[in-house]
Design a protein around this ligand. Structure first.
Ligand SMILES: [Fe+2]
Ligand SMILES: [Fe+2]
Length: 148
């Protein structure tokens, strides 16, 4: 599934197919997309490097909070892939830290663009590949006759 819009190859747009059917989590995923679009705009608009950094840090902070929230829900549900998913979260945070560390050490223009693309890829791929797995589990759990 592509999240790109026709108008700009950079811009991401929320689509219903991304829903995990948990309103609070959907709201957090929408916020990711908003933050990533903000980062892209900062890069494309050649905004001050400090603004680009601020956008990246906002994404990282948000990702850490969001991942912890997901893991709390997994424990609540007894989701059997909690540990595997938590490891993926650690890997995404490590990747984001690496991208930002590299960016903060130098950062000529093409590197910004590359960094922005990598941040976007890491988060979107996680959402499309990993989060969709728990969506299926959650829906099956909710459909059980003994579900609350
Ligand atoms: Fe997520
Ligand atoms: Fe996740």
């Amino acid at each position: 599934m592509s999240l790109m819009t026709d108008s700009s190859p950079w811009r991401l747009e929320w689509k219903d197919g991304l829903s995990v059917y948990i309103p609070e989590i959907d709201a957090e995923h929408r916020e990711f997309i908003r933050l990533i679009n903000g980062l892209n705009e900062a890069i494309i608009g050649r905004m001050d490097v400090e603004i680009v950094k601020k956008c990246m840090h906002a994404i990282l902070d948000d990702a850490i909070r969001h991942f912890a929230h997901e893991e709390d829900l997994f424990r609540e549900w007894g989701y059997p892939e909690t540990d595997e998913h938590a490891i993926k979260h650690i890997q995404v945070v490590q990747a984001l830290n690496e991208i930002m560390g590299h960016f903060e050490r130098g950062g000529v223009e093409y590197e910004w663009i590359e960094a922005g693309l990598k941040v976007k890829e890491a988060l979107i791929q996680h959402l499309l590949k990993e989060d969709m797995k728990y969506r299926d589990y959650y829906l099956a759990l909710r459909a059980r006759p003994d579900a609350a």
